[in-house]
Design a protein around this ligand. Structure first.
Ligand SMILES: [Zn+2]
Length: 209
């Protein structure tokens, strides 16, 4: 994998890519060797909109389709988005998008629940270091099939809790089987069958064990 920005190979980004792929592979236990994700560095908002085929909000800086990851260029990051730039945040963004590629493969392309997929990517990318833990969980479950800026505030902490208290095997099972459920209720049922407690705000707010 070689990142070339303005014709110059970006060694730092290549190293981050390799390290992120190794760490993610170890979590997902996949042994991903061939056909690893490509990364496309997108120069500006105009190109983001052209690639996505619609006008995007200023916070949208990365996305992917499971095989290719697109991220806004670090050179234009502050100018073309609502985010502040730092190397650590930028590298975490790349890892976040790569985590989605692993989830995509393991879940057989599950698109739902959005909170689970985003939560896994946030937790594994280290982006929780840049976030404040919410005092209460109030909305993550509602991000089932649609996303939005607000899904990023709770979902990563929910996944962190599930992994730390209940182990990674359960969340990997939940992810692998997520596409079996085609509604919010069916997913809640699947969740309960794996975790043995209800998927409810109350349970997360009480820190259920
Ligand atoms: Zn994401």
């Amino acid at each position: 994998m070689l990142f070339k920005i303005n014709g110059i190979t970006d060694k730092k980004l290549n190293a981050v890519y390799e390290k992120s792929m190794r760490e993610l592979d170890s979590f997902f236990d996949l042994g991903w060797e061939h056909g690893k994700p490509n990364v496309v560095i997108v120069p500006d908002r105009k190109t983001i909109n052209a690639l996505k085929g619609k006008a995007t909000e200023a916070w949208v800086v990365g996305w992917g389709n499971g095989k290719t990851v697109y991220i806004l260029s670090d050179k234009n990051f502050e100018k073309e988005s609502s985010h502040k730039y730092s190397d650590d945040k930028y590298f975490a963004l790349l890892k976040h998008e790569l985590a989605h590629c692993f989830s995509h493969l393991i879940s057989k392309s599950a698109q739902k629940p959005v909170w689970l997929l985003e939560g896994i990517a946030i937790f594994l990318s280290g982006q929780l270091d840049f976030k404040t833990k919410p005092e209460q969980y109030l909305k993550f479950i509602d991000f089932y099939e649609s996303g939005g800026a607000e899904v990023y505030s709770e979902a990563g902490f929910v996944v962190e809790f599930l992994v730390e208290k209940h182990g990674k095997e359960k969340i990997l099972e939940l992810l692998k089987r997520a596409s079996e459920s085609d509604s919010k209720d069916a997913f809640a049922h699947l969740f309960k069958s794996i975790y043995d407690f209800e998927l409810s705000y109350n349970n997360f707010n009480r820190g259920i064990i």
